[in-house]
Design a protein. Structure first.
Length: 396
C-alpha cells in the first residue's frame, strides 16, 4: 500500500472520512492544458501558415474518378460478315437407297448358300447355288430334239430342191411341190421353237446360280442348304449403303418452301458431333392423313457406311440464304422513342447507333440491313445497366 492508502486506512480505523481522490484534479488540469494549446495554435500559428496549405485544409474532398463497366467476352461481339440461312426442320428414319430381296426363278434343291447376314458382296458374287443335275438333263434333251429336227429339216429342204427340179422338167406335179414346201416350212418352225426351248433351258441352268445384282451387304438370309424352293421363294436380301435415303416428314405449313434440289444438314441419333450433307430428291404431292405433314425424301452420301438403315435423323432444309450479311442476337437490339438501336463500343464508351433490322434467320439471328460495319464492337447481351455514354471496359 502507498502512503495515501495507509493514511486512508488509518482514518477509517479512527472513524474519520478518507482523503478525497486526486483524479478529478488531474482531468481538470489536462482539459485546461488542451484548451490553452488550441487557443495558442489558432491565435499565433494559423495566421502564419502559407495560403496554399490553408486552402487545402478548407477545400472539399475531390470526387472519385468514373468507374468503367466491365463487359465479358460472351457479352459483346466484333461484327463480321457471315452467311445467313433460313431452314425448315424435318425428321424421319434412314433407309438404304438401293435394296433388293432376291428370289429364285427356278425350282430345285438348295445345294449351297455362300453368304450370311452382315457379309459384303460384290456385283456378280455367288449367293445361292441350286442343284443343276435335272436342269442339265432338260437342256441336253432340248438340244437333242433340236438336232434331230434340224436333220429332218435338212432332208426336207433337199427333197424340196429335187421336187422343184422335177416340176421344172414337167415330171412332177405342182401338188408334189406344195407338199414338199409345207414340210419344209413346218420343220423350220419346229427348229425355231426347239431353239427357243434350248435357250430357256440354258437360262434355267444359269439362274440356278443366284448372284448379287449389285455390290452391298447381306441383310437377311431365308434359306439353308438342302431346302427345296419353288419359283419366287425369297433367298437373300442385299442392301447398298453407299447412299442412304432419309424419309422425313415436313410440316404442311412449310411445304411450299421445300423444293427439289435444296441442301439439307442432317444429324443422326447416336452419331454425336457430326452432321451429314443431303439433298432433297423427291417431295410427295399429298400430305399424310391425320399427321398434317408432307413426306420429303433426302439422299445422303454415305461412303464410309457409318449410317445404317432404321436410324432416326433430323434434317434442316436450307430454303433461303444471304451471303456477306451482318446479324446479331435479338438481345443486342434496344428500343426507345427514336427507334431501334444498338450500343457500339468506341474509345471505351458505349455509343448509341441507330440500325435497321430485317428477318430472323437460322440460329435466332436478326439481320442488320443498315447502321453497322464489319469490325465494329457491339454489346450483344441484355445489359440494362449500360446506357449510351457510359464508360465500358472490354474483358479479353
Amino acid at each position: 500500500m502507498g502512503r495515501r492508502e495507509r493514511e486512508n486506512a488509518r482514518r477509517r480505523r479512527d472513524g474519520l472520512r478518507p482523503l478525497p481522490p486526486r483524479w478529478p484534479w488531474v482531468l481538470f488540469a489536462l482539459v485546461l492544458i488542451g484548451t490553452a494549446g488550441w487557443w495558442i495554435y489558432q491565435t499565433y500559428v494559423v495566421p502564419n501558415l502559407p495560403v496554399a496549405e490553408i486552402v487545402a485544409e478548407d477545400a472539399e474532398p475531390a470526387e472519385p474518378a468514373e468507374r468503367a463497366m466491365q463487359v465479358n467476352p460472351y457479352e459483346y461481339e466484333v461484327i463480321a460478315p457471315q452467311v445467313l440461312q433460313q431452314v425448315v426442320r424435318v425428321s424421319g428414319t434412314l433407309r438404304p437407297s438401293q435394296q433388293s430381296q432376291i428370289a429364285t426363278q427356278v425350282s430345285g434343291r438348295v445345294e449351297e448358300v455362300a453368304v450370311r447376314p452382315g457379309d459384303r458382296v460384290a456385283q456378280g458374287d455367288l449367293l445361292v447355288q441350286l442343284d443343276v443335275e435335272q436342269l442339265r438333263l432338260q437342256l441336253d434333251l432340248q438340244r437333242s430334239t433340236q438336232a434331230a429336227t434340224q436333220s429332218q429339216l435338212t432332208l426336207a429342204e433337199a427333197q424340196l430342191e429335187r421336187v422343184q427340179a422335177l416340176v421344172d422338167r414337167g415330171v412332177a406335179t405342182s401338188s408334189d411341190l406344195d407338199s414338199a414346201r409345207t414340210s419344209v416350212v413346218g420343220l423350220r418352225a419346229q427348229v425355231s421353237a426347239l431353239s427357243d426351248q434350248v435357250s430357256a433351258a440354258e437360262l434355267n441352268l444359269a439362274q440356278a446360280s443366284v448372284r448379287a445384282p449389285f455390290a452391298g451387304g447381306v441383310s437377311e438370309r431365308s434359306v439353308d442348304p438342302g431346302q427345296f424352293v419353288g419359283t419366287g421363294t425369297p433367298l437373300v436380301s442385299i442392301v447398298d449403303l453407299s447412299t442412304v435415303e432419309l424419309v422425313a416428314q415436313a410440316p404442311v405449313a412449310s411445304g411450299a418452301l421445300v423444293t427439289v434440289g435444296q441442301h439439307v444438314d442432317v444429324t443422326v441419333d447416336g452419331i454425336a458431333g457430326r452432321s451429314f450433307a443431303g439433298q432433297v430428291v423427291r417431295i410427295n404431292p399429298v400430305a399424310t392423313q391425320g399427321a398434317r405433314t408432307i413426306p420429303v425424301y433426302v439422299d445422303i452420301a454415305n461412303p464410309d457406311e457409318v449410317l445404317l438403315g432404321g436410324m432416326f435423323a433430323i434434317g434442316e432444309v436450307v430454303t433461303n440464304e444471304a451471303a456477306d450479311a451482318i446479324a446479331l442476337p435479338p438481345d443486342a437490339l434496344r428500343e426507345d422513342r427514336d427507334g431501334t438501336y444498338v450500343l457500339v463500343v468506341t474509345d471505351g464508351r458505349a455509343e448509341r447507333r441507330a440500325v435497321t433490322s430485317g428477318d430472323t434467320w437460322r440460329g435466332n439471328l436478326v439481320q442488320i440491313i443498315d447502321g453497322l460495319a464489319p469490325g465494329e464492337t457491339v454489346i450483344t447481351a441484355s445489359l440494362p445497366q449500360i446506357t449510351a455514354g457510359d464508360a465500358v471496359a472490354l474483358v479479353e
